[in-house]
Structures are given as C-alpha cells and as structure tokens.
Design a binder for this molecule. Sequence first.
Ligand SMILES: C[S@@+](CC[C@H](N)C(=O)[O-])C[C@H]1O[C@@H](n2cnc3c(N)ncnc32)[C@H](O)[C@@H]1O
Length: 287
Amino acid sequence: MNYRHGYHAGNFADVLKHLALCELLRLLTAKDKKLFVLDTHAGAGGYDLADGLARRTGEAEAGIARLVAAPRAGMPAAVARYLAAVAAYDRKFGPAGGKPRRYPGSPRLVRAALRPGDRFVACELHPEEALALKREFAGDRAVEVRQGDGYKALKALLPPIERRGLVLIDPPFEVTDEYERLMRALRQGVRRFATGCYAVWYPIKDEMADALVRDLAAFKPLVLELRLDGIEPGKLAACGLAVINPPWRFEEAMREALPWIAGQLGPGVSWAVDAAPATPAAPASAG
Ligand SMILES: C[S@@+](CC[C@H](N)C(=O)[O-])C[C@H]1O[C@@H](n2cnc3c(N)ncnc32)[C@H](O)[C@@H]1O
C-alpha cells in the first residue's frame, strides 16, 4: 500500500469526483428523510496544498486552483456550490482569498452536507491515513471512522436502516486485482441494497478500464468522464465516475457543469456525460 492521496489532492480527478459528490449530497439531502453515507476508500480527510505532498506534483495547480481563479460570471450553479464547499473548508485554516491552502477530501465534503440524524461511515485501510482521518474527525460524533477494508463494509453495512443511502467507492487502483474486487463488492452491495446510489471512480489508463466500464454498464449508470491532452506518459490523463441510481436532476447539473470545467482546466480537455454506454466511452468533447 504505497498510494498516498495527498500527492493528487485537488487534481482534475478530484475535481470531477468531488463536484459530483457535492451535487449528489445536495440532491439526496433535499428530501426530509434520513440518509446513510458510506465512503469505502476515504483517505486522510483533508490535505495540505501549500506545504504538503500536493506541492511536489503540482496537480492541484492544474486542477482546483484553476477553478478557484476562474471568473464567477457564467459559472454553473453546481460548480459554484462545490467551490463554496472547498472555500468553507479552506477558511478554517486561515483568512479567505487567493489560492486554496487546504483541500477537503471526500469525508470532509460529506460531513459538510450531513444533517442532524444522517449517518456517515468512512473506511480507510492504510494505518497512517486512517490515523489522519481519525484526527480530522476527533470528537465529531457524526462521523464513524473505521480502519479496515471498505469492500467488506459494503457487505457489513448494507442495506442501511435508513433505506436511503449514498456509497462512494474510490479505490487507489494500485493492486492488479482491484477491478475484480471492486466489481465483486459492488455486485454484492447492489444485491443487498438495490435502491442505493453508488458512485464509483475509476482511472482510464489501460484495457482493464474498458473491462470495468463494460461490467459497470450492467448497472445502467450515468457515466461522467474527463480527459486531458498532452499528459506525459505514465501520468493519469483520464478518469471517470459511474453513478448508479443518480437522483433526479443530477444528470442535468453535470451536463451543465462538465463543459464549463473542461474549458477552465485548459485547451484539449474533453468531457463526456453518457447515460448508459453499451461500449467503453470513446474520447469525446460533447455529451
Ligand atoms: C483515492 S484515495 C481516496 C480519496 C478520497 N476518497 C477522497 O476523495 O478524498 C484511496 C484510498 O483508499 C485507501 N485504500 C486502499 N485499499 C483500501 C481498502 N481495501 N479499503 C479501504 N481503503 C483502502 C488508500 O489507502 C487511499 O487512502
């Protein structure tokens, strides 16, 4: 387990995933019914962009920093809400304005959206990351941090008593059987809790991604993708998020947000929003 999300915090992949996560949370908490959220691969919770690992890669500079610097005029509402969540977290660490210094991981974004009575379990396997996550939420009774295998949590915690839930599955894809493990756990999860909303992040970098997208298509997900141009070999150039059972109006919000985000991230960045691809989505610049 070498993966440390701190190197990648706030990059284009986080932007796609966290924009969608914020919108899913907003739509799912609009109903006056309790919600259960499970983050199977939670990471450290929050990341230092100014002095931490992120500075060594510069990935946040080409990701969240570009959105923060973008003009507000014409900004889609979902993007404005996501940036407001990022800014609210950053403000806890110093005065507002300028480049973000701290970036919220998925557990922080979930926490910010929870209402009293909602339930949130965040799983992290890596001992150091799990410790950081526990510190991040020390004394916060609304967040249950578990050090352990997030795939096992799918079986243990689904279906939730609330009967309404959002599951984020965001593995590091550093082991060769990750795709198989993910699909096995997801099938089991959906069998136990068919009406849940599941958001599955994946890198698009080899034929295994094609296989994953093909297998995910069985769940008829809404598939979101971002692809960068001119990335040096070996670095992540494209990624996707498959959302199973998305709430009403989510697709509409993503169709508005992704072209704008692609435009801000730079020339040659393409996007796709695809309702249920029969084959792996081809590079596209339109939905
Ligand atoms: C991509 S990062 C998570 C980022 C986080 N979801 C976010 O958006 O801020 C993946 C995390 O999964 C952890 N991990 C790897 N295998 C795991 C497993 N089987 N169960 C739980 N966590 C795991 C890694 O240590 C890493 O911190």
